[in-house]
Design a protein around this ligand. Structure first.
Ligand code: PLP
Length: 226
């Protein structure tokens, strides 16, 4: 296994400039996260509230924390005071709660809408119809403490390149559709978060702006907490 810093360097060299690398550090120790930090990495992704809160307390304050897991509404308040972006907004109810807590914390939270693009049934997310209904509601009842900055999706766990491209393309199409019909004036609606260790090169070819890479940086996790 190469070192964390060498792995980060390799990925940086493989991706075009302008693509942001989120280092997915779930289950990894603070020491290991610091290896990535010392290699210049500042954007990290976590998928469990408690784990994120305790890491955030102990690690440097200039880290940008991205929440990427399923978020229960009753836990939003714990991460809103410091989180940089919530990538996994999968319901209107959750978005409203983020807005409410952000108002209390006097913050504005960057959010991505998570879409269901995989074949697997279990993955969370909107479908386009639901999202369109939500934008209709938001037109009449705007939320002032969230910014919808783009979309996020998780492809099927497969090495079938055709399938992966199809799913990434579908997220890109969803992004363009929302942009055109609902957010054409919103310049910060520009992010497409897709691609993980096994498929980030394909994801970039299909239009990703943020990639979320864990095991290619940190090695295999002892368990898979998805
Ligand atoms: C774990 C996880 C990743 C990273 O997965 P790797 O295959 O280890 O790169 C990316 N996105 C989400 C939402 C995850 O939960």
């Amino acid at each position: 296994m190469m070192s964390v810093s060498a792995n980060i360097e390799n990925i940086r060299q493989a991706i075009p400039s302008g693509i942001e690398l989120i280092a997915v550090s779930k289950t990894m120790s603070e020491e290991v996260i610091m290896e990535a930090y010392n290699a210049g990495q500042r954007k990290f992704g976590e998928n469990k509230v408690q784990e994120l809160v305790s890491k955030q307390l102990n690690l440097p304050s200039d880290i940008q924390w991205h929440f990427i897991g399923h978020l229960q509404t009753n836990k939003v308040k714990y991460i809103v005071p410091f989180v940089y972006m919530i990538q996994s907004v999968d319901s209107y109810k959750l978005l409203k709660e983020i807005d409410k807590q952000a108002a209390k914390a006097k913050r504005s939270i960057q959010c991505l809408l998570q879409f269901h693009i995989a074949e697997e049934e279990t993955k969370y997310g909107f479908d386009l119809e639901e999202a369109k209904q939500m934008f209709q509601t938001l037109k009449n009842e705007p939320l002032h403490h969230i910014k919808i900055c783009g979309v996020m999706g998780m492809a099927t766990f497969t090495d079938d390149e055709k399938q992966l491209r199809k799913e990434f393309k579908s997220l890109k199409t969803i992004f363009e559709n929302i942009k055109k019909d609902h957010l054409s004036e919103i310049t910060y609606f520009k992010e497409i978060s897709m691609g993980m260790s096994g498929d980030y090169i394909l994801a970039i070819e299909e239009g990703a702006t943020l990639i979320r890479v864990g095991s290619n940086i940190f090695g295999n996790r002892l368990y898979n907490p998805k």
